[in-house]
Design a protein around this ligand. Structure first.
Ligand SMILES: [Zn+2]
Length: 231
């Protein structure tokens, strides 16, 4: 019986022809296999997320925007995160993210620099430098008072990194707006090479800095790496 059935199936002339509907169904399945379709959908989703990350990545988060814009007007000082508050200290110990070119074009960036400047110049606790994480903004932005330039201006640096630390070091007194009521001696390189992004051209610029200004750069860049001078 079984042998006979197999023989019948093997004969092409005796095979049943597919109806038009069945043929269409098989073709459709071949063109759009269910597994394949799911794969396309997942790939499209990831591509969408990647595109969003490229467009909006390294921008100020919604919470950061609220801290910069909503809680004060231009020129108003910002709340300084200190080691006295557990939650704030945890934030200060986090690494700051790089800032995108796009983010530096917005109103938030301008307002942030204005408010950081007002904060560091505030007579209640005047300082010589400030890093964005100290005002609750986890982005790589610092302001440094350039004692090596005429008039000692405050300058802002985007995504600064120290590319070279001189092997020559010196002990010096330091204080920090985020560590109120304390001062201590810290060993720092006497000169450093700093690289950062130019806000207008977005070119990577380099600067060799010496003396007290070099100490401020080291202190502020440490903040971006989640490090306080007392750590
Ligand atoms: Zn500090």
């Amino acid at each position: 019986m079984m042998k006979k059935a197999r023989n019948k199936n093997q004969d092409p002339k005796k095979r049943r022809l597919l109806s038009e509907k069945e043929e269409e169904k098989i073709l459709k399945k071949a063109r759009f296999p269910q597994f394949g379709f799911r794969l396309y959908a997942v790939a499209a989703l990831f591509a969408g997320i990647a595109l969003l990350a490229i467009c909006y990545g390294n921008s100020f988060t919604w919470v950061e925007q609220k801290r910069i814009i909503k809680k004060g007007k231009e020129g108003d000082v910002m709340h300084i995160y200190t080691n006295l508050n557990k939650k704030e200290l945890r934030f200060l110990h986090q690494k700051a993210e790089r800032l995108s070119k796009r983010a530096t074009r917005g109103r938030e960036y301008t307002l942030l620099t204005e408010r950081m400047l007002a904060t560091v110049l505030d007579s209640a606790h005047a300082g010589v430098g400030i890093a964005a994480p100290q005002v609750g903004i986890g982005k790589q932005v610092i302001a440094v008072q350039r004692f090596d330039k005429e008039g000692h201006p405050f300058e802002f640096y985007i995504n600064p990194t120290i590319e070279y630390y001189s092997p020559e070091e010196k002990w010096g007194w330091e204080g920090c707006l985020s560590v109120p009521g304390r001062r201590d001696t810290v060993l720092r390189s006497t000169h450093v090479v700093v690289s950062y992004r130019d806000r207008n051209s977005w070119k990577l610029l380099r600067d060799t800095v010496e003396g007290y200004t070099a100490v401020i750069f080291q202190h502020e860049v440490d903040h971006l790496n989640g490090k306080l001078y007392i750590d």
